[in-house]
Design a protein around this ligand. Structure first.
Ligand code: IPE
Ligand code: IPE
Ligand code: MG
Length: 251
């Protein structure tokens, strides 16, 4: 029996974020180079998009390349950038059919021009859709994002557009690259590493964290449903007591 049958369709997280980790180890275990693992990871991306769309998730954020990943060997960075363009091009028609929208977050100025051009073309092409939004974090890190937001906010204060007393959590949200997107309720990381690696540090403040030992290329549609089921069995308290939460549920 599939875990999808246990999912309560009325309590689907609106936003799921994934740290897609373990491609290199997956390839090494098979005596292959790391790039082979990245290529095989694309199947898991497809599976996750399909699963998220099927159960009605609104936003799926995928950590595809971090600011820190620029420090990897040039051959791997180049291969990842090439793979990215090829995958976005090859999948665009299928994503159009699946009613998927695309959004990119990250430091665009560090991306090669051909990557920016192709990404812009597909973002525009999919903008006619109104289903699941896939948010690709590309050359992204939370430290980059927060510093960037603080700089823009400081300029607005200097110009007199914002009064320092009016700075609130909601106002700050609007300066982040995820402005307009609700915070993820669930964050999944594959490969058995129990850390955030500079991913959505602000936005994940109250997310449920789900760590699985599966390496990313092995992550399937069923694994995605399993993470959703696990999420639905948790009690999210937001600082309150269990009794308070139960009372609000009864209302
Ligand atoms: C995740 O897999 C993909 C990227 C970070 C781009 P890794 O390449 O980090 O694989 P491991 O963690 O070394 O196995
Ligand atoms: C995080 O994975 C980044 C992505 C999945 C894109 P890493 O493999 O780069 O993270 P660390 O270095 O193990 O923390
Ligand atoms: Mg890794």
């Amino acid at each position: 029996m599939s875990c999808v049958d246990d999912i309560d369709i009325k309590r689907i997280p609106r936003h799921v974020a994934i740290i897609m980790d373990g491609n290199g180890r997956w390839a090494a275990r098979r005596g292959n180079d790391r790039i082979f693992g990245h290529t095989r990871g694309v199947e898991a991306v497809r599976a996750s998009i399909k699963a998220a769309g099927k159960i009605g998730v609104s936003y799926l954020t995928l950590y595809a390349f971090s600011t820190e990943n620029w420090n990897r060997p040039k051959i791997e960075v180049d291969a990842l950038m090439g793979l990215l363009v090829n995958v976005i091009t090859a999948e665009s028609n299928e994503l159009l059919k699946q009613n998927v929208q695309l959004k990119i977050i990250g430091d665009r100025s560090s991306l090669p021009p051909d990557v920016c051009k192709e990404v812009d073309r597909v973002v525009e092409m999919l903008s006619v859709n109104d289903g699941l939004t896939v948010v690709m974090a590309l050359s992204y890190s939370s430290h980059w994002e927060i510093i960037n937001a603080v700089k823009t906010l400081a300029v607005d204060v200097k110009k007199g557009k914002i009064n320092p007393e009016d700075i609130s959590r909601e106002l700050f949200d609007g300066y982040l690259s995820t402005a307009e997107i609700p915070n993820p309720e669930l964050m999944i990381r594959t490969s058995g590493e129990n850390r955030l690696s500079n991913f959505l540090l602000w936005q994940l403040a109250y997310a449920e964290l789900y760590f699985t030992p599966k390496l990313w290329p092995d992550f399937s549609e069923e694994d995605f449903y399993e993470a959703i089921c696990n999420f639905q069995h948790r009690e999210r308290r937001f600082g309150m007591t269990s009794e308070q939460i139960k009372k609000t549920k009864l209302k």
